[in-house]
Design a protein around this ligand. Structure first.
Ligand SMILES: [Zn+2]
Length: 288
């Protein structure tokens, strides 16, 4: 019996001329590598079936059943109103916008701009930051820019951001302080702008706006964006902020479309060559 599909998909095909993937579970967890499909039938295997405690208890009602019911209803409605939607959607995605927003549950990217499935490529984290050691965020940006060829990156913060408010306080919060320190840096770099702003909410709102601007800059400072500009790719980075109290987006006026708009110290003059490396030679059959 095959125990690891991941390992299986990497196995040399010639060593496993006939394999049968067996599963007692009805869950279709994943499909198998195309090159191996002809050697494996049927493709039904639940990778969680052997892990103690993960089996669903049929006597218990899921606390998330309302969400699942909503999903079934949504799927049914789409099937009725747009019968080819899922076929088109499964084929490929071609969004033109990358959305980088806060993880806050009240700022749902698609909902607040009326976008449908497939229109936004989305990355969210606490207080909408782009940190140059965050491989998650950078990977999203790179995929969006280099592969999907998105044309706009929208950084959307929001007023009343808990992450921004926490960054203004001296309290210890645990691990997340290592993340929030980046917002403290924004405050420290713009301290003079807070002079005369006494009201705490106004101070937090100002820092929320500056934090969006800082993230816009941070994205533009990546080699990913600058190489795209160098290639002549049409790409703009925008800074927006959303109001929880009225549901409206405030365009903050940050829109960067070329390296000329950046501080010169951040501009790479000699981007890495985009030419592809030669593929490594394939191993000889007898060495496998
Ligand atoms: Zn937030």
């Amino acid at each position: 019996m095959l125990k690891s599909c991941l390992a299986f998909s990497r196995m040399p095909q010639k060593l496993y001329p006939s394999l049968t993937v067996v599963s007692k579970s009805p869950i279709r967890a994943f499909s198998i590598a195309p090159a191996l499909r002809k050697h494996a039938t049927p493709v039904l295997y639940n990778p969680l079936s052997k892990i103690k405690g993960v089996r669903k208890d049929p006597t218990k009602k899921s606390p998330l059943s309302s969400l699942l019911n909503n999903n079934a209803e949504w799927s049914k409605n789409i099937h009725q109103t747009d019968p080819t939607f899922f076929a088109r959607s499964a084929e490929k995605q071609s969004p033109k916008i990358l959305w980088l927003g806060c993880s806050d549950s009240r700022v749902s990217a698609e909902q607040i701009v009326g976008a449908g499935p497939g229109e936004l490529f989305v990355h969210r984290n606490v207080a909408n930051l782009c940190i140059h050691t965050d491989l998650n965020c950078l990977s999203v940006i790179q995929y969006a820019v280099d592969v999907l060829k998105i044309e706009h990156i929208i950084v959307c913060g929001h007023y009343g951001c808990g992450g921004v408010a926490a960054a203004m306080r001296p309290d210890l919060n645990g691990l997340i302080d290592n993340w929030l320190v980046n917002i403290k840096d924004v405050y420290a770099a713009n301290k003079e702008r807070f002079e005369g702003v006494e009201d705490q909410k106004s101070r937090e709102d100002l820092l929320s706006e500056l934090n969006v601007g800082n993230t816009v800059q941070s994205i533009c400072h990546t080699a990913i964006v600058q190489q795209a500009w160098k290639r002549g790719q049409n790409l703009s980075v925008h800074g927006w902020i959303y109001g929880l109290e009225d549901g409206l987006i405030n365009e903050l006026g940050w829109c960067v479309s070329s390296p000329d708009q950046l501080e010169s110290v951040y501009v790479y003059q000699n981007p890495m060559p985009t030419k592809r490396r030669r593929a490594l030679p394939r191993p000889k059959p007898e060495s496998v």
